[in-house]
Design a protein around this ligand. Structure first.
Ligand code: AMP
Ligand code: MG
Length: 395
């Protein structure tokens, strides 16, 4: 199945089952959350005309170029009186422009005369160096739509708008389980045939960055009865996310349990890494079974599970940025599946980790992004390729 088709099905399923519950959080706790309602401007921005410079405010109407006495000083955070006719006001950046003034001249372009008057050395234009009221935003305008994920910039903007509280979607509850009899947790000694469980830590920390509440189920043995029991115990979550045990091998207990206890779609994705993917439902709860190989887990989580979760929160913007860059490598043999290569940018060229098959998380830790090589494609150095920054996927 092509990636787009799998993604489309997942996004449709996500849109049909949104996490609708909301809560109110303080602005300080808004990071990583998703807006449940649009954020409106509670005033014009700027709320009044203000000076863009340290200088002198005056009225150009009826002014013939003569030097003007200073009638008031206007600092940021003060409310000036109207400008007295035939005078100018000393004014500082961000301070409200007095009524009657239509122009600010920067202090570098004036000469202070011995009698205290200000002589303007350059021609003046009405409106210059004044930021008009409502220039950025009008009262009532929706500045951030519902479904926006809140990062530092959005939180800064919400603060600009004066919102101390935000209405956000409830955090998705995701149960994470790692299947495999061979798995052992880090910190313990490895027995024969055992490996450390890397997916658990990878997924849990990633989900937390995405604003999810994680229910850490730990390791699930390759056993049908235990698999059923585990799925039944996870009925209070929004998603069960598992890794491993989804190849159609003999230890495919997740698929078996879903086949009996709910719905099952098994997809052979035309991507590399990351071929087998399970999507289904056990009793009430959607289940996403990612392949167990950590590189496959990484890629399928980034390209499928992440957008699925974001769409359940009502995010419209779920597709990662794909930058056009030049290949810094040759790709002489076309593949039958789309490849996602761990890559770095050197200048404007993407170079790939020398060994794409092994040391999988090591190559991803080295990488800054994934280069997408379409199926049936060969590449020469300098050809255009798509680069998906990992920073984009991880946040
Ligand atoms: P499976 O889909 O269960 O056949 O797993 C595919 C490969 O990924 C096997 O080599 C597993 O040992 C490995 N694998 C599965 N789960 C994990 C995990 N949580 N951490 C590290 N490797 C894993
Ligand atoms: Mg397994």
């Amino acid at each position: 199945m092509p990636l787009e088709q799998a993604l489309q099905r997942l996004l449709e399923a996500a849109a049909a089952e949104p996490i609708q519950a909301c809560e109110t959080v303080s602005l300080a706790d808004g990071a990583g959350r998703v807006l449940a309602a649009g954020l409106q401007a509670t005033s014009d921005l700027p709320p009044w005309p203000n000076s863009a410079m340290d200088g002198y405010a005056l009225a150009t109407q009826g002014w013939a170029g003569q030097a003007l006495p200073i009638s008031q000083r206007v600092f940021a955070g003060t409310a000036p009186g109207p400008l007295q006719p035939g005078t100018c006001a000393r004014i500082f950046t961000g301070a409200p422009v007095p009524d009657g003034a239509d122009c600010v001249e920067m202090q570098e372009n004036v000469t202070l005369l011995a009698d205290g008057r200000v002589q303007f050395d350059q021609p003046l234009t009405p409106g210059q160096n004044i930021r008009p009221q409502g220039q950025e935003t009008r009262l009532g305008e929706t500045v951030l739509p519902a479904g926006t994920r809140l990062g530092p910039i959005e939180l800064g903007l919400a603060a600009t708008l004066g919102h101390g509280q935000l209405r956000v979607r409830r955090r998705p509850k995701v149960a994470v389980l790692s299947t495999g009899d061979e798995l052992v947790e880090p910190g313990q000694a490895l027995g024969p045939g055992q490996i450390y469980n890397s997916n658990r830590r990878l997924l849990i920390s990633w989900l937390q960055r995405l604003g999810c509440e994680v229910i850490d189920v730990g390791i699930l043995a390759d056993d049908l009865a235990l698999t059923r029991q585990c799925l039944e115990a996870c009925q209070q979550v929004d998603l069960i996310l598992s890794t491993g045990g989804v190849s159609v091998g003999e230890a495919d207990f997740l698929g078996q349990a879903l086949r009996e206890g709910g719905e099952l779609s098994l997809w052979k994705l035309a991507i590399k890494p990351g071929k087998p993917l399970t999507f289904g439902r056990y009793l009430q709860v959607p289940v996403l079974g990612l392949p167990g190989n950590p590189a496959s887990t990484l890629v399928t989580f980034a390209l499928l599970a992440r957008p699925y979760l974001l769409r359940r929160l009502g995010c419209q913007q779920v597709a990662p940025l794909r930058l056009a860059v030049a290949a810094g490598f040759d790709w002489p043999v076309a593949g039958s599946r789309r490849e996602f290569l761990r890559a770095r940018l050197e200048g404007d060229r993407a170079v790939i980790y020398p060994n794409q098959s092994s040391g999988v998380l090591r190559s991803a830790a080295w990488a800054q992004g994934l280069v997408e090589v379409p199926e049936g494609t060969t590449l020469r150095v300098g050809d255009s390729v798509r680069f998906i920054p990992l920073s984009e996927l991880l946040g």
